[in-house]
Unconditional design. Structure first.
Length: 97
């Protein structure tokens, strides 16, 4: 199984949180440390392509500057998502532009 290896990419008004090593992407949700980062009430889209899983986060309209880091918890509804019985992963990565 590929290593977890999270990364964040700024894509216009969204951030793509890309992770590897997810066995089943259903039920993934990201909770930012700064709740004002993500638009409140907007759904997070989860997609997969090969070994990559992407959680797309809509940025809040109240942000003045694009974020330079993405920090928070990526939580799975199923503890088998990462194949280790882990239900959450800490995210603290730079946001690439």
């Amino acid at each position: 199984m590929p290593e977890f290896m999270p990364e964040a990419k700024l894509r216009g008004k969204t951030i793509a949180l890309v992770v590897h090593g997810v066995t089943d992407p259903r039920g993934l949700e990201f909770f930012p440390i700064n709740p004002e980062l993500v638009a409140e009430g907007d759904p997070q889209t989860v997609s997969t392509k090969g070994v990559e899983t992407t959680v797309t986060l809509e940025l809040s309209d109240f942000l003045h500057d694009p974020p330079t880091r993405l920090q928070g918890l990526l939580v799975a509804s199923d503890p088998k998502v990462w194949g280790k019985g882990t239900r959450a992963q800490v995210i603290d990565v730079p946001v690439k532009t």
